[in-house]
Design a protein around this ligand. Sequence first.
Ligand SMILES: CCCCC/C=C/CC(=O)SCCNC(=O)CCNC(=O)[C@H](O)C(C)(C)COP(=O)(O)OP(=O)(O)OC[C@H]1O[C@@H](n2cnc3c(N)ncnc32)[C@H](O)[C@@H]1OP(=O)(O)O
Length: 392
Amino acid sequence: MAHLAWRLAQRWCPSSLQVISFPVVQLHLNRTAMRASQKDFENAMNQVKLLKKDPGNEVKLKLYSLYKQATEGPCNMPKPGVFDLINKAKWDAWNALGSLPKETARQNYVDLVSSLSSSLESSSQVEPGTDRKSTGYETLMVTSEDGITKIMLNRPTKKNALNVEMYHEIMHALKAASKDDSAITVLTGNGDYYSSGNDLTNFTDIPPGGVEEKAKNGAILLREFVGCFIDFPKPLIAVVNGPAVGISVTLLGLFDAVYASDRATFHTPFSHLGQSPEGCSSYTFPKIMSPAKATEMLVFGKKLTAGEACAQGLVTEVFPDSTFQKEVWTRLKAFAKLPPNAMRISKEIIRNREKEKLHAVNAEECSVLQGRWLSDECMNAVVNFLSRKSKL
Ligand SMILES: CCCCC/C=C/CC(=O)SCCNC(=O)CCNC(=O)[C@H](O)C(C)(C)COP(=O)(O)OP(=O)(O)OC[C@H]1O[C@@H](n2cnc3c(N)ncnc32)[C@H](O)[C@@H]1OP(=O)(O)O
């Protein structure tokens, strides 16, 4: 359908990119349909106007259909005649949304625009030849270039420890990446660390409901966060630029490939911290590396070198640090040129039969951790770190 619309655009329109123009998406605002996310929706419509680069007819059809669904509900127009090709393409796109609720359509519209804003950031602000950078993230740098969305953890002075804001931003970036036009998505770290894991100061900000409420909220957030990795639909690749600790290691079992610098280490000191495994590692690690090797890591906190992690199957390939970035990105750019739909479908076949199990494991791990966070063992470990008495 997109190809059809594109060919029509080239034949019929003086300015071919206008075939399904942005104003179509903006003009028919039905104010009665706007409730909870009215502001987000309006902002998104404004953002569409600011896009400098045409997102292509396929995306414009998506925007159009989501807009119509969000404001008018299921397709209520008579089907255009067979020769009215453009209106037929629009009708098909809208009709394909079936009975999708208005609120979901509105949310999908907002998410789609947000991913477009990341990947098609105004070219006037971008030096030629450099990455397009997303704005609005405090703890990440998100860029989209050469078919690759790169999510870079960006708290180098804190060794890329994951604070609460970063958990939320990573989820947002993953959701946007899952819908943008990139073929693959990469997670990496800025600075000398990939990530030092959970920010231990996350445990210090106690809400009025006390530590129990804190632990409960933490478990809810963690479950949602890990769920985003389980459900991520495109090839997801970790570029492990340096040492990785805790949750940044356990999540690797949910990635599709893991490339590591020979400077990287892999450390899950859960027992030392009075905690227990998360990121589905209690299930993925024994499968990847055998139950005994997983026990050495997850129970005894054995730190692996990149070479050891590769030998045990957690890491796909190790590169010398001096050539790491060059070699890995050359390879990733080649991967990103492969047909994206084929890659997505192949990932689905490889991963889908495990999804239900992974969600169940995630739920169980979060529930166990919720209890651990209230234990003396955990509280002492956190206090010791924060009072500078201990480091890994
Ligand atoms: C929603 C909740 C979900 C919870 C999910 C649970 C996950 C479990 C885990 O991830 S467990 C792993 C937790 N991580 C750690 O225990 C690591 C603690 N950090 C260290 O031991 C060390 O900092 C180090 C070994 C990673 C690095 O040591 P180094 O000497 O090289 O550097 P500094 O210690 O001086 O670190 C520089 C500054 O960064 C701060 N920092 C580093 N890591 C963390 C962290 N995980 N949490 C909070 N802060 C961290 C460190 O305090 C320094 O800050 P400063 O410059 O202000 O002093």
